[in-house]
Design a protein around this ligand. Structure first.
Ligand code: SD4
Length: 328
């Protein structure tokens, strides 16, 4: 850790004593009294789209013990993949219009390594399969049956991803079979998570079942490196939620990281990202997108098209649900 300024930091002091592992980490870096210092990067830190408290709590648990950001984001988003009440991610995700639950996920580490799975069925934790693609194969994206076969070879278990609730909703939906993207937040619970560990290294992960009742075979932005997620450990990271088609068209997360590289704050970069999308959609108001970004200083920002998007943040000061401003 690079020492910067050594002045009284009232906000840190007000936050109370640091936990033992964090204090040990500061001491390891030659800083005996971190409460008296300011302008250090805020790290470790975990942030994720929406108010997924349990996910950032899990990521924080990893980071606080000195774990790395890659493990933190994987384990963080796995909480939502396993939660059947989240009907946009993992088990309990809503199906496509043919009644298949198909999952998309990706993961990216501090060195720019990445892995992704698209149209994956019958596996609860696509993010972990994506990590295996990154670590165990020379490839980046595996799709459909090939991805599923690879998952079994890696020891993942086959599981029915439907729940009673999603099956009932699907039967109901079939009566009209009407596909429409819904702006409200209930239909947008994809989790994108970004974390920086005590070494200042950043990783990210993103996982979803995509838009409910999508055309069979449809893949959104979430597993597309650069669209739903991008990490550049020199600069920062970004992730997205909402209507993936619009995020792909602007390569949203890559755009936001590049804007940060040019000197914009995470907040300014997210605002510019949404504005670029809206400039291409002058006559459309019927979709939601939320961007979330983190830079190397541990600063975060978010911006969305319609009100309602929030992000969960966990630092040594504790957990917070941050409200995000919107274009409309
Ligand atoms: C997609 N971006 O598949 C995802 C959907 C989403 O919360 O974010 N849902 O387009």
């Amino acid at each position: 850790m690079k020492r910067r300024k050594f002045l009284k930091n009232s906000s840190l002091t007000a936050a109370g004593a640091l936990s033992a592992p964090l204090m040990a980490n500061y001491q390891k870096n030659g800083i005996s009294n971190p409460e008296n210092e300011i302008d250090l990067p805020v790290k470790p830190i975990a942030v994720c789209t929406w108010n997924f408290k349990n996910a950032t709590a899990k990521a924080w648990e990893v980071l606080e013990k000195g774990g790395n950001s890659l493990d933190a984001v994987e384990q963080g988003v796995m909480v939502e993949e396993a939660d059947v009440k989240n009907e946009t991610v993992g088990k309990g995700g809503r199906p496509d219009r043919d009644g298949n639950v198909t999952l998309d996920a990706c993961i990216m580490d501090k060195d720019g390594n990445c892995g992704s799975v698209v149209y994956l069925q019958n596996i609860v934790h696509p993010v972990s399969v994506a990590r295996k693609v990154m670590e165990e194969t020379p490839h980046i994206i595996l799709a459909g049956r090939g991805a599923e076969q690879f998952a079994y070879e890696q020891g993942f278990k086959k599981e029915d991803l439907f729940t009673e609730s999603t099956r009932k909703q699907y039967e109901e939906w079939k009566k009209t079979s009407k596909y429409e993207t819904i702006i409200n937040i209930e239909n947008h619970d994809t989790i994108g998570m970004l974390a920086m560990d005590e070494n200042g290294d950043i990783s990210g992960a993103c996982t979803t079942s995509g838009m409910a009742y999508k055309v069979g075979g449809r893949v959104g932005d979430s597993p597309i490196i650069g669209a739903g997620l991008f990490v550049d450990n020199e600069v920062g990271a970004a992730t997205a939620t909402g209507v993936g088609e619009e995020v792909i068209r602007t390569v949203g997360s890559f755009l936001i990281v590049e804007l940060m590289r040019q000197g914009k704050s995470p907040q300014e970069a997210c605002e510019e990202g949404v504005k670029r999308i809206m400039a291409k959609n002058k006559d459309r108001k019927d979709f939601q997108i939320g961007f979330l970004a983190l830079n190397k200083k541990g600063e975060t920002g978010g911006y969305c098209v319609h009100p309602g998007f929030t992000y969960s943040q966990y630092t040594e000061k504790g957990q917070e649900n941050v409200n995000v401003e919107s274009f409309y």
